[in-house]
Design a protein around this ligand. Sequence first.
Ligand code: UD1
Length: 417
Amino acid sequence: MDSLLVRPSGPLSGSVQVSGAKNSVLKLLAATLLARGEFVLHNAPRIADVEVMCDLLMSMGVDTRRSGSDLAVSCSGDIVPEAPYELVERMRASIVVLGPLLARFGRARVSMPGGDNFGTRPIDMHLKGLEMMGATFDIHHGYVEASCDGLLGARVVLEFPSHTATDNLLMAAVLAKGASTIENAAREPEVADLAAMLNRMGARISGAGTSTIEVEGVEELSAVEHTVIPDRIEAATWVAAVGIAGGEITIEGARSDHMDMVIQKMGAMGVRVSPSRSGLWASCSRRLQSTDVATLPYPGIATDYKPLLVTMLAVSEGIGIVTENVFRDNRFAYVAELMRMGADVRTEGHHAVVRGVPRLSGARVKAHDLRAGVALALAGLVAEGETEVQEASHIDRGYEDFAGKLRGLGAEAERRR
Ligand code: UD1
């Protein structure tokens, strides 16, 4: 059990609705720690990572209530500024509570995130930036114990445009005394979405979505309503699906302006994509052509798109070289599973050479992480026989009813729990 069964079903058709962005809503939830009162997040995806973040907020004394795709969060009583191991271990992104907790309460105790299926993911840039704002840290028994006597605005130059380090520093800077600048900031649309909600709460942020973010600290913020932006990685998943299986679909709610490079890349492989009134239209009527792929921070090709692109290359005509530049250690773990389905891939360090094959064959494979699970499921759309993706709960972390959405496009897919 805990598997996803997929069988080949011919070209896809119909439409699919994209949910709210996982990498946005998790930070928006953390930002609710910055103010009293009731927040309402509209378009909040029903995914397991959101449940973990809600569990984390509730463990601190915050109340969360869901009604359809609305998530109400109220932060009225006393908050315990602590993120325990049991929850951080379930989701590394929990680290984004560190900035807001420090900013509002002057202290925080957050479990150190350990390794995960992408290898080690350090948090040194988060800590260094917060230190520049006046925080001090001790690491005891696996926990970061942070404190400050009121944060002070600072100029922080990030060594790499880390997405969650930018989020953490932004949420710290909004309540710091004086002005802050984050240079070499991450430019992801989800950072801009976080800044948009913070500004509505009363923060004074400019430049979010560019490499230089400027923040003028304020004394207090207030609760607001906010609509989460659509998930560009989910939207790209459906574009990849139609590239692999063929057909013609509409992807409701997708924002093409958040997906320029991936649309260009998938377009170069032969998927026709164009913006429609309600999102995106995508179609593919011939075998994909190989191309080379290199991941980069936004606006480059996101590392999260890579497993989708590798599956596309696995069934394309020609050879594609894939280079991972964001997470350099061990982000090709799923390739061995894809090879069990007949893919021809050689990996060497942070490169993979993918030689397209005319057909794959269904097999029992294991999802090592969220995007890998989805990439294997997409391979199942054109693999002869049945593909059983085990440990499919990884997919539930970031996709709302993935199997149901696939079925809505005419695919044969069944989630077994
Ligand atoms: C976020 C996304 C994730 C995406 C990734 C890259 C969330 C919840 N997750 O992860 O889906 O794959 O961006 O777009 O938003 N690094 C350090 N020190 C640090 C922080 C990061 O060395 O303090 C390194 C990492 O090891 C990695 C690179 O910086 O090599 C980028 O990581 P980062 O952008 O921080 O990824 P996340 O924010 O964890």
